[in-house]
Design a protein around this ligand. Structure first.
Ligand code: 9J3
Length: 290
């Protein structure tokens, strides 16, 4: 894996300069060469393959798994749900984007295009369980490659509502959640204990933030690491494509997963430090705990 070497080098440097590195935590000091705002806004260094031949499960329809074959050990895995009437193709830019940065990513079609968020929540949990099972399935390209302690869920709109519902009921099965422009009227998510990044658009007319993303965020316990990211002028579909204007959201998601799935502190700055503050003009709100 191309990234290993700088990481090792930075560990050695930090071991030698322990106090200096401790003082610099959260700043650029811990950021390895090659990790930058620009590098997180494009596909990563890893080649990506995809496959669709998967065990049938009742909770969702067709699905595609994107993954980086170069990773020799186990990696984190993410399941992603589309929104109302959407299919994989509406959100599947996330597959190669996240996989090229080191994750296995399953994007599915719901059984019915109009399935409600609760059904999408069940599908998301079934999908992370399926990803986990790929680790031991004979014939799976991911056999021996899934880290069952590094599972996350994401989704758009009703799929974002589903992400929140699933995280609320199954925080014990996942490590992070990223709903984008989530839709769930009167959603209360006060049992979420996994780090949750809520991505919202200030000008979303389908899931207005005043009724959806913002109250959703506020119901997540303060004891849970949580961020509310609201794109100024952003509509309902800001996270449905990565290029060109919305690449920033890919960067936030990758940084969130690197930090909370992998515990990689080199990415903290992109959520909580200087590398976040560069976006001040583009965000109408950016709020983290408490
Ligand atoms: O998943 C979505 O885009 C929710 C949009 C919506 O307005 O649903 C209303 C039935």
């Amino acid at each position: 894996m191309p990234n290993r070497f700088p990481q090792l080098a930075s560990l050695i440097i930090c071991a030698g300069l322990l106090s200096a590195c401790a003082l610099e935590t959260g700043s650029e000091a811990l950021r390895a060469p090659g990790i930058s705002i620009a590098s997180l806004e494009v596909d990563g260094p890893l080649e990506v393959r995809a496959y669709t031949s998967l065990p049938d499960v009742p909770e969702f329809g067709a699905a595609t798994v994107y993954y980086p074959p170069a990773i020799e050990g186990r990696m984190g895995a993410i399941a992603i749900a589309p929104g109302f009437t959407e299919r994989q193709r509406h959100i599947n830019w996330w597959g190669p984007r996240l996989a090229s940065h080191g994750y296995a990513v399953l994007v599915f079609d719901t059984n019915e295009p109009r399935d409600n968020p609760g059904v999408r929540a069940d599908a998301l949990i079934a999908a992370v369980r399926l990803l986990k099972a790929e680790d031991s399935r004979v014939g799976s390209p991911l056999r021996g490659h899934i880290d069952s302690n590094k599972l996350a869920i994401m989704g758009h709109s009703m799929g974002g509502g589903g992400t929140l519902i699933a995280a609320n009921a199954h925080s014990d099965e996942i490590k992070a959640a990223i709903p984008f422009t989530p839709w769930q009227p009167e959603g209360v998510f006060d049992h979420i204990s996994v780090p949750t990044l809520v991505i919202a658009g200030a000008a979303d007319r389908i899931a207005p933030v005043a009724l959806h993303a913002w109250p959703h965020y506020q119901t997540i316990p303060r004891t849970t690491p949580r961020v509310y990211l609201e794109v100024a002028g952003g509509n309902h579909f800001i996270a449905n494509s990565g290029q060109p204007d919305n690449a920033m959201l890919g960067r936030y998601a990758i940084a969130w997963l690197k930090l909370y799935l992998d515990g990689d502190e080199r990415y903290r700055d992109f959520t909580y430090g200087d590398a976040q503050q560069v976006d001040a003009r583009d965000l109408s709100r950016y709020i983290s705990n408490p």
